[in-house]
Design a protein around this ligand. Structure first.
Ligand code: MG
Length: 647
């Protein structure tokens, strides 16, 4: 034990000594001809490197004219949570991931390869060092040197134990470009928060700048191929170029960031404004990346380096969020999305209002519906990406369905074409299952794959298998105050097509007609999963109803064209990473024995109570499946509706 203590002390002394070592490589990475660095250049030329570094530190401590859009040093605040992360960080209990709480202890002598649960995210995100910025805030507000000392110690320890070598297992995690870019961004803020500490020595400045330069250079030659990672990396490379213009390659980083973002906004965002991963969470992340680039440009007067087409597309992306999210500011949890909260959405809208002050709908959302105006339309379609929205209003008492049925997409997208979420008067009755976890070892993947299954979505399956194909086409979209109509079709399985027709009737209830046609045989099922809470299932009536006592319930009833059974299924919903809750799930299933199509009408009716709900009837008027049209008759109480279309 004594020996261990001695080694620990020795290690701390060695680490501190390293931090105090001057890294002369700094003179190769800094542009000594940069305006303001005349003294640094002069001292370096005279061989007085230590003095040159002191002059450089002095320059940074007094630097004016470079504006960081994400931090205001006149108004630094730390939340309770951040204070805890900062204090835990001092004890090497590192806040790595919200899905893994309480945080793990990484050892007195930090083990940067510690991997208590084999979830890739846990190992990757350690290298985002998310507790360093809170330590910076805690330092800035208290001037307690314990935070600065520990940050510098950990910073140097990280450099020492995570060298960038080829064919190294650890490099795959520590130097993944996404994590590198994360550090690249956060360290711009840490730098400002710790800069005036007496522990931030000229020697440490040399270590910091060399390490920072290495990060930016690494991104430049290791950009991800596509997707949101590439966007994050480009935006952060731009940050590096703008916020450390004294480094030789800064103009290259800056130009590279702008070029990638300008190119990718055209490639990754469909003409209707949706990002091509078809995931509401990553769509939001993509907006914030593009918007951050504009914010840093505005703060430093170079917005004109982004063409109008770029700004127009960002605005369109925001309008997708305005439309697909629910009136209480929550989002559909399609694909790998988690549930975002109102507070963070209001913050986003407020920052977007600054970029697009003339957009009244963004202002309406930013002001919690108090100023500005909602969009002039109600229901709307984003046909290229396949997001369809039915609504009767924009405030919390409204009814809104968002349905997802688009083209093939990438890793974050799930095989869920045709699925939807339905919000009525403040309650989401059909939340998506969510994603629960991302990637990792077999055990983690098993959990991930459960939530990805087609059959845990509100759509049609053959033998409960995942869809073979996710390439839905829109055959019809019509909207009017009396009736909205959507007809979509997906070649779901080899020899089985799924046509789904959705009617939003009288701006109050939904009729969904599912028709599966093709030569495939087997068990054809349509699945439904409800929000948590008691649900009454009636297998005789083929119905399900929620049992809330606040007069806000939903009744689902199926009217099939063939012998059909109602079966209960396993139901889970995950609103946050590694959190899940049980919920009711069921399917209406029919045995498809031959080439005849299988057809279901499902009525989804908002009711005050199941007991007092009006009687529902529904039947097909065209007895045979017809590719060119549909005729359905529905009765709700005394009201009769003819729902039909011709293609
Ligand atoms: Mg899902």
């Amino acid at each position: 034990m004594r020996k261990l203590f001695f080694i620990l002390i020795l290690f701390i002394i060695v680490s501190s000594a390293r931090a105090q070592e001057l890294n002369t490589e700094v003179f190769n990475v800094v542009n000594l001809n940069y305006p303001g660095l005349e003294k640094v250049k002069d001292l370096h030329a005279k061989g007085k490197d230590k003095e040159a570094l002191a002059a450089l530190l002095d320059y940074y401590r007094n630097r004016k004219g470079i504006n960081h859009p994400d931090v205001n040093l006149d108004n630094v605040k730390i939340s309770k949570e951040e204070q805890k992360w900062a204090d835990d960080g001092l004890k090497h209990v590192f806040f790595v991931h919200k899905g893994y709480q309480p945080s793990y202890f990484y050892g007195d002598d930090i083990n940067w390869q510690y991997w208590p649960v084999q979830d890739n995210e846990l190992r990757w995100q350690l290298h985002r060092t998310k507790w360093w910025q809170p330590m910076g805030k805690a330092y800035f507000l208290t001037k307690d040197e314990k935070y600065a000392k520990e940050w510098i110690l950990q910073y140097m320890d990280w450099i020492k134990k995570n060298p960038l070598k080829e064919n190294d297992e650890n490099v795959r995690f520590a130097w993944r470009p996404l994590e590198v870019s994360h550090r690249l961004q956060d360290q711009t803020i840490q730098f400002l928060l710790f800069l005036n500490s007496p522990n931030f020595t000229p020697e440490f400045l040399s270590q910091f700048l060399v390490n920072y330069n290495k990060h930016a250079e690494h991104i430049l030659s290791n950009y991800s191929d596509q997707g949101n990672h590439l966007l994050f990396e480009a935006q952060r490379e731009l940050y590096a170029g703008v916020l450390f213009p004294e480094l030789k390659d800064a103009p290259v980083w800056r130009k590279s960031g702008i070029d990638v973002l300008n190119r990718q906004i055209q490639l990754q965002v469909y003409d209707d404004g949706m990002q091509y991963e078809l995931d509401p969470h990553y769509h939001l992340a993509a907006i914030n990346i593009f918007a951050k680039a504009i914010s840093i440009a505005d703060a430093n007067n170079f917005r004109d380096e982004f063409p109008k087409a770029y700004l127009d597309r960002v605005e369109k992306m925001i309008m997708v969020v305005v439309n697909i999210n629910f009136p209480d500011y929550t989002n559909p949890m399609f694909s790998d999305a988690k549930l975002d909260d109102k507070k963070s959405m209001l913050r986003d809208y407020k920052s977007w209002t600054k970029i697009f002050p003339a957009n009244k709908a963004i202002r309406y959302m930013a002001s919690d519906h108090k100023t500005g105006t909602p969009p002039a339309h109600l229901s709307t379609a984003f046909k290229t990406s396949g997001f369809y929205v039915f609504r009767n209003g924009w405030t919390e008492g409204a009814t809104q369905m968002t349905l997802k049925a688009g083209p093939p997409a990438f890793w974050h997208c799930q095989p869920d074409n045709g699925t939807f979420e339905l919000y009525v008067k403040g309650r989401n009755f059909f939340p998506d299952a969510g994603s629960y976890v991302y990637g990792g070892d077999a055990e983690v993947m098993k959990e991930r794959n459960w939530f990805r299954q087609t059959m845990v979505h509100k759509t049609l399956t053959l033998n409960n298998a995942n869809l073979d194909s996710t390439d839905t086409k829109c055959l019809l979209w019509e909207t009017s105050p009396q009736l909205d109509k959507l007809v979509i079709e997906n070649p779901s399985y080899k020899e089985l097509n799924h046509r789904r027709s959705v009617f939003f009737v009288d701006q109050s209830f939904f009729v969904i007609v599912d028709e599966a046609y093709g030569n495939a045989q087997g068990d054809v099922a349509i699945h439904y999963q409800m929000c948590e809470g008691k649900v009454n299932l009636s297998k005789n009536q083929l119905s399900a109803a929620t049992q809330f006592d606040d007069k806000n319930n939903i009744l689902v009833q199926c009217f099939p064209a063939q012998a059909t059974q109602m079966v209960e299924e396993e139901g889970w919903v995950s609103y946050a990473y590694r959190h899940k809750a049980k919920r009711a799930a069921y399917a209406f299933t029919a045995d498809k024995k031959n080439n005849d199509p299988v057809r279901f009408i499902t009525v989804i009716l908002p009711v005050e109570k199941e007991k007092s709900a009006p009687k529902i009837k529904a039947l097909f008027e065209n007895k045979q499946f017809d590719k060119k049209g549909l005729k359905v008759k529905v009765e709700v109480g005394k009201k009769k509706y003819n729902l039909n279309y011709t293609l």
